[in-house]
Design a protein around this ligand. Structure first.
Ligand SMILES: Cc1cc2nc3c(=O)[nH]c(=O)nc-3n(C[C@H](O)[C@H](O)[C@H](O)COP(=O)(O)OP(=O)(O)OC[C@H]3O[C@@H](n4cnc5c(N)ncnc54)[C@H](O)[C@@H]3O)c2cc1C
Length: 455
């Protein structure tokens, strides 16, 4: 059983332990890849991070690719986007010249399509759950669990929402059936509170209902509930975990109350294992954690709620939306404030065990090391902390964490390229933001700076 660290006296200096953990994880990270495709990928991200117009051109290209009718069409789009970039690096100058002839456009279109596909495959593990199983199995064998996310966000019709719910049900069946054959991995299957399901599905409420609107949250909540309830039953009967993702802030109220109310229903008192997400970039997140803790303390449900702590993936959207309406921003506008709040919430979550299970999701070595170190100095066990990363962004970290015997879970999107565009653009935004930890790490900021307190 995890010790209630609220009452346990810290045994060591948390910052010293953090540095120790951070350095050890860093040691286990592979050196930059020699694979030429990865190198090109990295170079493109670096260039995009330095030039806003180039960044916009890259996103517009990714966005338009699935809709292009031919390679010629794709090349023409690429050329028009590049035409708007003022300072074009030499390879892009060559690309623009190529677009002047029919044969050149065919070559350029093929190269652009291959590059977008390559980028998408970095983040997406398969087109269907069955197609993803070999990758999920090899992750498991390598020491990492997974949570599968079926791509296809923001449903606009009832038929689409029904289809998404059906796909989720099928995915649960496939995951339970296939993961039952995997070899035993005790680190991934137990913590001190008991067993952890192998099958784990992440679900988006905006895909479960077309009626999710901030001005009428009860409408969307009721419509989503009638699709989520059968999924929870299925997961309970099959012993799977269902995790509800958090999206833009205008759906937060509906999502939180939907999950907490449904889980309190009598039929879910014994299961399934379920979880939700807390976004540290939200100014209101400490208050939301109070709400979750109050619920957990009063709920008669047996399996502890899993809370995945993230910083939040919709930062640009929230800032633009608030500016357009003249509203105060719901998110912090200084990166260090999100980072500090993430650490405060991490400590509060860890201290709240065994009321909750805690999953810390980040690619930031400081944020992850802080969670591991705090857990240890407060007397907790490694097995009572889960670390989570995204497929494609956190692959190296995943290996380093697994090598250190930590429980790590990889968030694995499944679906086709068209459905994956919104997801892909969010990941590119993150990858090319020059405030992102991964970008700082890639441009060689020294380890001591990377591990310094947010400030
Ligand atoms: C397993 C997993 C599951 C996830 N699920 C969700 C989910 O359900 N919902 C969701 O919203 N996100 C989710 N995310 C994404 C997550 O919210 C982050 O976008 C992503 O992990 C980047 O944060 P970081 O800690 O890895 O990197 P860092 O580089 O340390 O942080 C980047 C983050 O800091 C914040 N930020 C950037 N600039 C500023 C600024 N100027 N001021 C204030 N804050 C800023 C943003 O949140 C940005 O994403 C998930 C991530 C993982 C790993």
């Amino acid at each position: 059983m995890a010790e209630r660290s609220a009452t346990a006296a810290p045994r060591a200096d948390p910052e010293a332990e953090l540095l120790r953990v951070g350095r050890a994880l860093h040691e286990a990270l592979p050196r930059p890849s020699r694979n030429p495709i990865e190198a090109v990928d990295r170079r493109a991200m670096e260039l995009a991070a330095q030039d806003d117009r180039l960044r916009a051109a890259l996103f517009r290209l990714v966005d338009v690719t699935p809709a292009c009718r031919s390679l010629d069409d794709l090349a023409a789009h690429l050329a028009s986007y590049l035409g708007e970039v003022e300072r074009r690096p030499p390879p892009l100058e060559t690309a623009l010249r190529l677009s002047g002839s029919r044969a050149g456009r065919a070559a350029l279109g093929a190269a652009a399509a291959a590059a977008v596909r390559h980028m998408a495959h970095r983040f997406i593990v398969g087109e269907t759950p069955r197609g993803a199983m070999p990758t999920l199995r090899s992750l498991w064998v390598a020491g990492a669990a997974a949570s599968v996310d079926l791509l296809g966000e923001a449903t606009v019709t009832e038929a689409e929402a029904d289809r998404y719910a059906e796909r989720c049900a099928d995915a649960l069946d496939t995951l339970v059936e296939q993961s039952g054959r995997w070899p035993s991995r005790p680190v991934l299957e137990r913590d001190s509170l008991g067993s952890l399901p192998r099958a784990n599905l992440s679900v988006k409420v905006s895909a479960l209902t077309p009626l999710l609107r901030p001005d009428a949250p009860e409408l969307g909540r009721a419509d989503a509930a009638r699709r989520l309830r059968p999924l929870l039953r299925r997961a309970r009967d099959a012993g799977a975990h269902v995790h509800i993702d958090m999206e833009a802030v205008d759906s937060l109220e509906a999502t939180l109350s939907l999950v907490l109310e449904l889980l309190d229903e009598e039929e879910f008192a014994e299961g399934p294992s379920a979880g939700l997400v807390l976004q540290a970039y939200l100014r209101e997140s400490p208050r939301r954690l109070d709400q979750i803790l109050e619920w957990a303390a009063s709920s008669r449900r047996r399996p502890p709620l899993v809370v995945r702590l993230v910083k939040g993936a919709y930062w640009d959207h929230e800032v633009v939306e608030a500016r357009q309406h003249g509203w105060p921003s719901p998110v912090f506008e200084v990166k260090a404030e999100s980072d500090r709040n993430f650490e405060d919430l991490t400590r509060r979550l860890l201290d709240a065990r065994p009321l909750l299970r805690v999953a810390i999701a980040s690619h930031n070595l400081r944020s992850l090391s802080h969670a591991i170190a705090w857990n240890r100095v407060a007397g907790g066990r490694d097995e009572d902390l889960e670390l989570q990363v995204l497929r494609g962004l956190g692959d190296h970290l995943m290996r380093a964490l697994a090598a250190h015997g930590m429980r790590v879970r990889v968030y694995c999107p499944v679906g086709d390229l068209v459905a994956g565009m919104a997801y892909l653009v969010r990941r590119l935004l993150e990858n090319t933001s020059n405030e992102s930890f991964l970008y700082e790490q890639a441009r060689g900021v020294p380890l001591e700076e990377l591990l310094a307190p947010p400030g």
